[in-house]
Design a protein around this ligand. Structure first.
Ligand code: ADQ
Length: 765
């Protein structure tokens, strides 16, 4: 296994020259807190930018720690970081629409900076390395790398929330951003909600097909999963107990005296809800005067993005509000709010966590929030109360905290008061449960599980869907078929045996195909099944006279080769459901000239192949999205196919049909299945590995083999049949010549007309 190449916008350190030496200090912030332990423990390389100059000496110092600086022109870096990343993506993803500032040049810079990162990664990554890209500054990078390193293992993790698709689609570059992300084999987010928002956005904006947790795109699959980041809990335990933390804790204890301590620790960012938190504290002091003297609120803020106006405005606002509260409720030497605006060493943060009776973590939106988990990790004696916003990703895991809505000032103040009064027993019960959870989901475990998942995704996708260039499997298939005693051949029709036609009625089988299928079906011990989404009438008209089993509507109906009648294999769609769906589809017909509805036994379909394509595609996404939500908890399935959106019974698909038919037809020592589109994937997914599964055409597939076109499949079937006939002691032509075998009669009356077969109990003639 190769190395892990971590890629983030910033390297996790700041570099300072102290006299003749160069000092590196680890920066504060969630991403560094999460990835730092991994970089320390793994054989990894970390690529990112570094504010300030880089000379050879600094570079050498960094390289000793496996840190590779990426250099950018200053103005471009500013437009990328302060511009698109932090004036568009950050506020939008945190639902602060009013803070979004668009400047088209910023997106240009965003794109070129992502390209520069791609150059740097390509320069340093080895063939066996895993590339792990982090955060919203680099969302185009996965696809840029995929194009240059098609076989690379690429993971992406988003540290901030992924917003609802309603918010995300406001972004003018929404489509380009999503297409940038799918270059990753695995996309990780903190919570299931964010993962769901992301897949919904793919469906609505790009019209992507989502198969379980994966997004399908032209070149492959990208899996989307939740990996809630944890903290390095043992390290926090140790830090909190270290002599340095002990000393600092002592100092603070003396200064706080007998007052209860309420603590906030944040980067100074509007998403953290500092102004609202001060409002809550003000409300508490107004309502319950005793806390003016009996409590102190320590707020530690680390400066960030301070050159941006939104942030300097926020700083002013916070300064002012702190001043007002202290002016209103303070006394000489006893101020109710103690505010610190600086970065402090980890021992100091740990000492404050130990000191705090209550931690208030009340962001308005936060991807995860590690402060909440760090506080828990530092509470060795199981005391302390965590007040946590429901809008932090951490709230999904930390149910024993007191959960608040930070917009509700009065409600949050009431809960803060309850936290200050909570008895030791309840504190212990809640904190002990929280500590167990935080101890079991550490940052290291998070990283391990992401990387293992990445390996598994890549291994899963790498099932050898071999192309026709590697043709050795074709010879092996021929040999296996020739040697078989009883063979089953299951074939889709449109796009598999016949090129896809825009006008479905034009896709009639040609004489050559009829002849081939006739020879196959008539041959000794071969069962042929045509398994199609088509209706019964078309299949009966085209193949009714062949010695083949016909399955219509993806498995709803079966006509065995010995019977004239169709039988219903699976239940039809519920009438009332079909009526509801039809009503919705009718509104789409009205809005999309040329589109029409088709009612089938197992479902209902909206076709737009005769409509203006661009409009049709847009409407199809809208309709599929609408129906998917409508059917979220019902056993119905919504599928987008070529120029069609279809709703049908969930249990009926080609995989189900295959199993049902196999049970009927008994055992075989050779099975071949072939198909070309999404509906055939249901079949490929259920067949065991000894089945020859063949995908026709490009695109991701669970099939083990691939041929480029229907012609390729026809040629394969014809040559395999000839070989089998030869090895079973027949001349290749004997079974297709009328009357020669005695037991079978295969007659090609006129090219293009149905073939007539006679055999005991076989055929309809
Ligand atoms: P952040 O927004 O930076 O991270 P958070 O997860 O709370 O938010 O991490 C803050 C880190 O900075 C903590 O490790 C904390 O100890 C440290 N810190 C805060 N103030 C400090 C100070 N004054 N001095 C020193 N250290 C200080 C982003 C997302 C989060 C997500 C993380 C990780 O916004 O939602 O949890 O990434 O994915």
């Amino acid at each position: 296994m190769g190395r892990v190449i971590l890629v983030s916008n910033r390297l996790p350190v700041t570099v300072r020259r102290t006299g003749r030496d160069i000092a590196l200090t680890r920066s504060a912030g969630g991403l560094v807190a999460g990835l730092g332990p991994i970089h320390d423990a793994e054989d990894s390389l970390w690529l990112g930018t570094l504010g300030g100059e880089i000379d050879d000496e600094r570079r050498a110092e960094l390289e000793k720690r496996r840190l590779i600086p990426v250099t950018l022109p200053r103005e471009r870096a500013r437009r990328h970081y302060e511009g698109y990343s932090n004036s568009v993506l950050w506020p939008l993803f945190h639902y602060f629409l009013e803070a979004v500032e668009h400047d088209p040049q910023d997106f240009e810079a965003y794109r070129t900076v992502n390209e520069r990162f791609a150059d740097a990664v390509v320069e340093h990554a080895g063939r066996r390395d895993r590339i792990w890209i982090h955060d919203y500054h680099l969302m185009l990078l996965p696809m840029m790398l995929r194009k240059r390193l098609p076989d690379a293992r690429i993971g992406f993790f988003l540290h901030i929330p992924f917003p609802s698709s309603e918010i995300f689609r406001i972004l003018p570059q929404a489509d380009e951003i999503l297409r940038g992300l799918v270059g990753a084999d695995l996309i990780g987010l903190h919570t299931f909600d964010y993962a769901r928002h992301l897949t919904t956005s793919f469906r609505r904006i790009c019209g992507s097909e989502i198969v379980r947790d994966a997004i399908e795109w032209e070149g492959g699959r990208s899996h989307v999963r939740a990996f809630p980041l944890g903290v390095d809990a043992p390290r926090f335990n140790q830090l909190a107990a270290s002599p340095e933390a002990e000393r600092r804790f002592g100092n603070w204890r003396r200064r706080a005296g007998d007052r209860k301590v309420v603590l906030g620790v944040d980067r100074l960012d509007y998403s953290k809800g500092l102004v609202q938190r001060l409002e809550v504290y003000h409300h508490l002091l107004s309502e319950e005067a005793k806390w003016r003297k009996d409590a102190v609120f320590l707020q530690l803020c680390v400066p960030t993005r301070s050159t941006m106006k939104t942030y300097s405005d926020l700083k002013q606002q916070v300064d002012q509000r702190v001043g007002q509260i202290n002016g209103e409720f303070g006394e000489m030497g006893r101020m109710p709010v103690h505010y610190m605006y600086r970065s402090v060493p980890p021992e100091e943060v740990a000492a404050l966590y130990r000191l705090a009776d209550v931690a208030v973590v009340t962001p308005l939106r936060d991807g995860m929030n590690l402060v909440a988990k760090e506080y828990i990790a530092a509470r060795q004696d199981d005391s302390g109360v965590l007040v946590l916003s429901e809008f932090a990703g951490a709230a999904a895991e930390l149910g024993e905290a007191l959960i608040v809505n930070p917009w509700d000032v009065q409600g949050t103040a009431r809960i803060l008061s309850r936290a200050l009064e909570m008895d030791a027993g309840e504190q212990r019960r809640r904190m002990a449960a929280l500590r167990r959870r935080v101890a079991s989901n550490t940052a290291q475990r998070w990283a391990r599980s992401f990387l293992e998942s990445l390996d598994a995704c890549v291994a899963g996708e790498a099932t050898p869907t071999q192309s026709s260039e590697d043709s050795s499997w074709i010879a092996r298939l021929g040999a296996a078929f020739a040697a078989s005693r009883r063979a089953l051949i299951v074939l889709d029709y449109d796009g598999t045996l016949q090129d896809f036609e825009a006008d479905p009625s034009a896709a009639r089988p040609d004489p050559e195909l009829i002849s081939l299928l006739g020879r196959l079906g008539a041959a000794e011990s071969i069962e042929v099944v045509i398994l199609s989404g088509r209706d019964r009438e078309s299949l009966a008209r085209w193949f009714g006279r062949l010695p083949a089993h016909l399955v219509a509507e993806h498995g709803s109906f079966l006509k065995t080769r010995k019977r004239r009648r169709w039988e219903e294999l699976g239940p039809g769609v519920d009438r009332s459901v079909a009526d509801d769906v039809e009503e919705v589809m009718e509104s789409f017909v009205a809005r999309t000239p040329g589109s029409f509805i088709e009612r089938k036994h197992s479902g209902i379909a909206w076709h737009y192949r005769k409509a203006e394509q661009h409009l049709g595609m847009r409407r199809a996404r809208e309709l599929a999205h609408h129906l998917t939500i409508y059917f979220a908890n019902r056993p119905m399935r919504v599928q987008q196919g070529a120029c069609v959106v279809e709703v049908h019974n969930q249990e009926i698909d080609k995989g189900w049909a295959y199993r049902t038919i196999r049970r009927r037809l008994g055992s075989f020592d050779f099975v071949l299945v072939a198909g070309d589109d999404r509906t055939d994937e249901d079949l490929f997914e259920v067949v065991p590995p000894d089945v020859w599964s063949i995908k026709i055409g490009a695109g991701p597939s669970a099939a083990r083999h691939r041929l480029e076109s229907p012609e390729g499949l026809r040629a394969l079937l014809a040559s395999a049949l000839a070989r089998r006939e030869a090895s079973h002691g027949r001349s290749p032509s004997s079974s297709s010549t009328a009357g020669q075998s005695g037991e079978r009669l295969t007659h090609l009356a006129h090219p293009g007309l149905p073939v007539a077969f006679t055999e005991d109990g076989l055929g309809d003639v």
